[in-house]
Design a protein around this ligand. Structure first.
Ligand SMILES: [Zn+2]
Length: 289
């Protein structure tokens, strides 16, 4: 079976319970007396995470906080593994935590009644899953599902709200991030309506590439079609053109981007517009290789 997230057919994994997440995080480190105390356990999870190469500052929003604000949040951050297909948020359900992503990528989706799904935004190390919590609405019509496995740090919703309503640096960052996210969502709607599948595929590849540590990704044509809301055959045609032009290599669900500048020339204006807004609004730019 090819790797990748099947939005329509695969039973998506539920977000781990608090207990299971704690156990998963604890699997990264040897057990100690300290880990049996809740406060110590959380602090220890962050400390041990550092030993294994996980650092909350791999998330651009956390990295952009002044030291006092960061230090206040740090003891409450929990490292969480985010496996492919994990449902981070369900439509209509209020989240118990927000997720500051580091190495994982999450797809925000709208699922229709007939089971088809369309990606409305992609979120990576530049952002957070859970904007509805601090915007005041609590829930949304979208799901959020991990489309590239990795890690993130989660924070209890009550603590995030408390910090947000202080009116300090985190509030400012989160509002700016939300504006960037809204830009991406509205531009995605424009792109899906007016631009060719080749252009949409280029945009989708570049947005994903900006949030990945390499130029490779695992994703079947069917899944890409689900994300873009187009037929698999259309994705196959578009991927074939990009491959013929030497921009990508596509083999059995594995995509390697060979020529990023070439993709940037081929893509519609939607990609550059969204990226410019992210660069303008957020403290650190997306990866650009
Ligand atoms: Zn476009």
């Amino acid at each position: 079976m090819e790797q990748g997230l099947n939005v329509c057919d695969t039973k998506l994994q539920k977000a781990p319970s608090a207990g299971s997440v704690t156990r998963s995080a604890d699997n990264l480190k040897p057990q100690s007396r300290e880990t049996r105390r809740p406060a110590g356990r959380i602090a220890s999870a962050v400390r041990i995470a550092g030993l294994y190469g996980h650092n909350p500052k791999q998330n651009n929003l956390l990295a952009g906080l002044p030291a006092d604000d960061y230090d206040r949040i740090l003891p409450h951050l929990e490292l969480v593994p985010m496996p492919l297909g994990m449902a981070v948020c369900e439509a209509g359900v209020e989240m118990e935590h927000v997720y500051f992503l580091t190495s994982s990528i999450v797809s925000q989706l709208y699922e229709s009644r007939d089971g088809t799904a369309t990606e409305t935004a992609v979120i990576g190390h530049e952002g957070i899953v859970g904007v509805t919590l601090f915007m005041g609405g609590g829930t949304s019509l979208n799901r959020a599902v991990v489309k590239s496995a990795g890690y993130g740090f989660r924070l209890k919703a009550s603590l995030l709200k408390e910090e947000f309503y202080r009116g300090g640096a985190l509030q400012s960052l989160l509002l700016r991030y939300t504006q960037a996210l809204l830009t991406q969502m509205s531009q995605t709607a424009v792109c899906n309506r007016h631009h060719s599948v080749v252009q949409q595929l280029c945009r989708w590849l570049l947005l994903s590439l900006d949030r990945l540590p390499s130029n490779e990704m695992s994703m079947t044509q069917e899944l890409i079609g689900n994300m873009l809301g187009v037929r698999r055959e259309s994705v196959a045609d578009a991927a074939g053109k990009l491959q013929d032009e030497g921009l990508i290599q596509y083999t059995r669900g594995h995509i390697t981007v060979l020529n990023r500048p070439g993709l940037e020339e081929r893509v519609c204006e939607c990609y550059a517009g969204v990226k410019a807004e992210y660069d303008r609004l957020l403290p650190a730019t997306l990866r650009n290789r």
